[in-house]
Design a protein around this ligand. Structure first.
Ligand code: 6GU
Length: 247
């Protein structure tokens, strides 16, 4: 996979070089590049933003430097004419909510481009024009406001790249985690079995695989019902067994 990030604060994306994502790059599983639209601004002051038409607070990113930056990464990208066009993810609190399902969809793509707007966003005409070149997906992390898309891109790229085969050492850890299977993860314990007068739940020490599996499942159901009742209502009833209904 290739990931391009367009940002006027390229240093903000430095953490992508660290840890598991950094290793995916070194291992050749991921090609990662950050492009600054400011380097495509042509005026003396390298202007990338201006005041909004119609008034209102804040500044709007000018379309031309973003279009030139996008064209440059489209030229440099894998550019397989037979493949479907790249996906342009536009982080915005006004976007579709980014979920684990979206992360799996994006992990199957050949080329992802993230356009990090700052301030009040990018001129809408850039997005209109871009939708003729790429598949545009405005994406939000959730119902709160960040100053710009960079932090959201760090979160989304981590969620996506860890799903690329080979990035995570043990693929079984992907199958069990929260948000796969529609339930939150169960609580976990390690040694010692007694710590500050607290014991590990007895079932986990029993060595009885059937009872342990049932305990895990009950914990998932209880925790999800308490913390995320919305997820319980969204469950497919066909995925429930008789014992689930007793929880
Ligand atoms: Cl993706 N971007 C910004 N700027 N704010 C957000 C967000 C994204 N998701 C939640 N708030």
């Amino acid at each position: 996979m290739r990931i391009d990030v367009l940002s006027i604060f390229p240093e903000y994306l430095e953490p992508l070089r660290l840890s598991l994502i950094g290793k995916a790059v070194t291992d050749g599983l991921l090609e990662l590049s950050v492009t600054d639209p400011r380097s495509f601004a042509t005026d003396r002051h390298r202007t990338v933003d201006d005041t909004p038409y119609g008034g209102g607070a804040g500044m709007v990113m000018k379309p031309e430097p973003w279009a030139l930056a996008l064209e440059s990464v489209l030229q440099a990208g894998p550019g397989d004419a037979a493949a479907s066009p790249p996906v342009l993810v536009v982080p915005s609190p006004a976007g579709e909510v980014f979920t684990q399902d979206v992360a799996y969809e994006l992990a199957a793509e050949e080329h992802l481009i993230f356009a990090c707007g700052r301030y009040e966003g990018i001129d809408e005409r850039f997005l209109e024009w871009a939708s003729g070149e790429v598949r545009v997906r405005p994406m939000s992390l959730g119902d709160y406001v960040l100053n710009g898309g960079e932090v959201a891109v760090l979160a989304m790229t981590e969620a996506v790249t860890r799903l690329i085969p080979g990035v995570i050492g043990n693929p079984e850890s992907l199958a069990e985690e929260s948000h796969t299977g529609g339930l939150l993860e169960y609580p976990v314990y390690t040694k010692p079995s007694e710590w500050r007068e607290r014991s590990v739940p007895e079932t986990l020490l029993s060595g009885h695989h059937g009872r342990i599996a049932r305990w895990h499942r009950d914990q998932q159901l209880e925790r999800t019902a308490r913390r995320r009742p919305d997820m319980i209502f969204a469950l497919d009833p066909a995925t429930l067994d008789r014992a689930d209904l007793a929880v």
